[in-house]
Design a protein around this ligand. Structure first.
Ligand code: PDD
Length: 277
């Protein structure tokens, strides 16, 4: 498998960037994670639109037109043997003498790699995952898919040290999101997720859940969700490019609902699988 770096296809071990890259020095860059099913990008348009929004938000000039981006990604996907993959794509502001404000005349660094897509196992889907909760201590621009991920890294590490799979974060007592996933609760047949604002990353699966709910006749609310509501929910589930949709069986050791995946999860999971085809 080859990776793309600044115009070249190379082996991963050969791909090198200068130490003064602002991605390394400042975390000054953005990224995307795009699932590939049967060698085809899933929700390509939406992922690329989000990449363009992220670049725009931090004023990194978009180095490629959409068509060129699609060709570069296809090149990396084609060079990998797996049918199902996860593409990781990163753009940083580029290489420049260290100084916090934007440097002038710098060329963005573009990196694209792909790996086999590892989805939750059938066993995980049947059992659900254990989660822990934590105060959301991240900055106030979580809508930007930035590589400055220290807050998310610390949240993920807390889950790992707790023997859990994901950390669900709360800001001022209200649900935000996981360390690398969006969070949904179901109560009395109604699904709810936090509003799409600056406190969460709007997952590409956020829009997909909207579509699948409409399709399946499930009412969906985007609203502030109090911490107590999450613990009292009938079902809690997570979405992300690499998890698709996965049920949560417990939070801080307390069972969610009866501790088993529920009917809304099952309906949405099935609809998700159908949407992939
Ligand atoms: N993370 N919220 C956060 C903080 C995320 O990092 C992600 C995805 C999501 C879900 O977005 P999407 O549905 O577009 O995958 C929500 C990716 C998978 C990652 O960082 O690896």
């Amino acid at each position: 498998p080859l990776v793309y770096l600044n115009g070249e296809m190379t082996a991963l071990s050969e791909a090198k960037i200068p130490v003064l890259d602002r991605g390394f020095i400042f975390g000054d860059g953005v990224y995307e994670v795009i699932p590939i099913y049967g060698r085809r990008m899933f929700r390509a348009k939406q992922h690329m639109a989000r990449l363009f929004r992220s670049l725009d938000a931090i004023a990194i000039p978009n180095p490629h037109e959409l068509d060129a981006w699609m060709r570069l990604i296809a090149q990396v996907v084609d060079a990998h043997p797996a049918e199902d993959q996860m593409v990781y794509l990163q753009v940083t502001r580029g290489v420049a003498k260290r100084g916090h404000a934007f440097p002038k005349e710098v060329k963005p660094t573009v990196f694209i790699m792909t790996n086999p897509l590892v989805l939750p196992s059938a066993e995980v889907r049947e059992r659900g995952i254990a989660c822990v909760s934590m105060d959301d201590k991240r900055w106030l621009h979580c809508e930007i898919k930035s590589v400055s991920l220290l807050g998310n890294v610390l949240a993920a590490q807390y889950a790992a040290e707790s023997g859990a799979t994901e950390t669900i974060q709360f800001r001022d007592g209200f649900l935000t999101e996981g360390s690398s996933s969006n969070v949904w609760i179901a109560k009395n047949g109604v699904l709810a997720g936090p509003p799409k604002d600056n406190l969460i990353l709007e997952g590409i699966r956020y829009g997909l859940i909207e579509e699948l709910c409409a399709q399946c006749g499930i009412e969906l609310q985007a609203r502030r969700i109090a911490r107590e509501e999450v613990f009292a929910a009938d079902e809690v589930m997570l979405t992300s490019a690499t998890k698709e949709i996965v049920p949560v069986s417990s939070l801080d050791g307390k069972p969610i609902g009866n501790g088993a995946p529920g009917p809304i999860y099952r309906t949405l999971h099935e609809a998700y699988q159908a949407a992939k085809a």
